[in-house]
Design a protein around this ligand. Structure first.
Ligand SMILES: [Zn+2]
Length: 457
């Protein structure tokens, strides 16, 4: 087999890996590039090979930086199955059409306000394109071996978001494991990442390859930020990944209210997608730790605002209150309107709870930028900005190493991807020094021949 890196090199977005076995070509993940403009422009470049030549896509999880290019791949002629776990398929059914919708909205707004350099601005793909792509989803539960052509593959739980999986693929006598995005063993809501015993080759993510999540007590830090803001009469605005983080947040808020650690402020979950994701979460008990009764409590923690009228109504209210809205890196969605409204007021707090990719508004606020651009205008950021790493859906460097230590023999080669250059290099160094494995950080377009390995025990 041959492996070619078509994304997530030097960046945390655009995960795309091509596996070639004889005439069979499979793509593992099919993500959008997000963040800096140069990266986003990558999405506009023609796909590196004719999409019709691909036999299948194996999808590790539903996040757009792993799945968001699928509608364009299908529109470009890909007709094969998209294999994923049942929960991933359910999440894709909301995430991909929404992504198409956001692309259309963005193009429309750019045309209306004339702030695009392209005229007319065209969406990368539409909601309709996404709906077409969904028809090619084929669900495969974790642990059930499946085949495509001569390649066998198995998903195992990755504990990162609902449905997230690692993927082990075997062809031409070689086994390669893709970590996808790894979650955290101690996540209060999701089940932990499952160990993998062996691989001849390994592709591992490195989002937090150079960092440890503070041992801070997440609930204490969350309560402090909320109490400080409530004391000022302000509003807590939380850009949140609609999927998984929103549910974990609700779980924490509920626990804090129960303990009397925060006042009973109104909480709004203002994201149709997060609301749907919460329902999908409840429908997949095989993926998480909550009992049916706890699921009911979770859903009752917040006022769910689906309609855009209800969303606008929130912005007319006065604090204190808590608004959870998507997207998580403030790259689009309703959160932009809440930031426009609440970021300029120093009484308010913007609470960042997940990874913020370079070039996103989230990263700008985290790094102390005093203004962000929204809808073509400058919005001053005078609100307090708080970052909580403890709520991350990604394993930190120690947790990645902990997952790697389950391998019973060193992979012949480990490829460190899905990280900015610093974190990727840091993780590679730790893998080499602490585990004694051969690890590299591949470049975009790099192609590697996967030699037959020792085979499964
Ligand atoms: Zn992810």
């Amino acid at each position: 087999m041959e492996l070619t890196f078509l994304g997530a090199t030097g960046t945390v977005t655009g995960s795309r890996y091509l596996l070639t076995s004889g005439r069979e070509k499979i793509l593992v993940d099919c993500g959008l590039f997000q963040g800096l403009k140069d990266l986003r422009l990558e999405n506009r470049r023609p796909f590196p090979l004719p999409a019709s030549e691909l036999a299948a896509v194996v999808l590790t999880h539903a996040h757009l930086d792993h799945s968001g290019y699928l509608p364009l791949l299908v529109a470009s002629g890909f007709e094969g199955p998209i294999f994923c776990t049942p929960a991933t398929a359910d999440l894709c059914r909301i995430l991909l059409p929404d992504s198409g919708h956001l692309q259309e909205e963005e193009a429309e707004r750019a045309n209306k306000h004339g702030y695009s350099k392209h005229s007319p601005a065209l969406p990368l793909y539409t909601r309709a394109d996404a709906e077409v792509a969904l028809e090619q989803l084929v669900t495969v539960p974790v642990h059930r071996p499946s085949t495509v052509g001569g390649i066998e593959f198995t998903f195992r739980r990755a504990g990162h978001i609902l449905g997230s999986a690692t993927a082990a693929l075997r062809g031409d006598g070689a086994t390669i494991v893709f970590s996808g995005d790894l979650g955290r063993a101690a996540d209060p809501v999701l089940l932990p990442p499952e160990p993998v015993a062996e691989a001849d080759y390994l592709v591992v993510e490195s989002t937090y390859g150079d960092r440890l999540h503070e041992a801070e007590n997440t609930q204490t830090a969350l309560a402090d930020a909320i109490n400080r803001t409530a004391h000022r009469g302000g509003v807590v605005v939380i850009p949140s990944f609609a999927v998984a983080r929103a549910q974990v947040l609700l779980w924490h808020l509920n626990a804090l209210r129960d303990r009397g650690a925060i006042p009973a402020l109104p909480v709004f979950l203002d994201s149709p997608m997060a609301i749907e994701a919460t329902d999908i979460f409840i429908r997949h008990p095989e993926e998480h730790r909550l009992s049916p009764a706890q699921c009911v409590t979770l859903r009752a923690t917040a006022t769910m605002t689906s309609s855009s009228d209800d969303s606008k109504e929130i912005d007319r209210r006065r604090g204190p209150m808590i608004i959870i809205s998507a997207s998580g890196m403030a790259t689009g969605g309703r959160i932009l309107f809440h930031l426009e409204r609440f970021a300029p007021d120093p009484r308010n707090t913007i609470l960042l709870v997940g990874h913020q990719a370079v070039g996103t508004r989230g990263a700008d606020m985290m790094n102390g930028r005093d203004h962000i651009r929204i809808h073509g205008a400058d919005v001053p950021v005078r609100a307090e900005v708080v970052t909580l790493h403890g709520l991350s859906a990604h394993a930190d460097a120690d947790e990645i190493l902990g997952w790697l230590k389950h391998f019973q023999r060193p992979p012949r080669q480990t490829f460190v991807t899905h990280g900015e250059p610093g974190p990727a290099a840091a993780l590679r160094d730790r893998i080499e020094h602490e585990l004694g494995w051969h690890a590299t950080v591949p470049a975009w377009g790099e192609r590697v021949t996967l030699e037959p390995g020792a085979g499964p025990k």
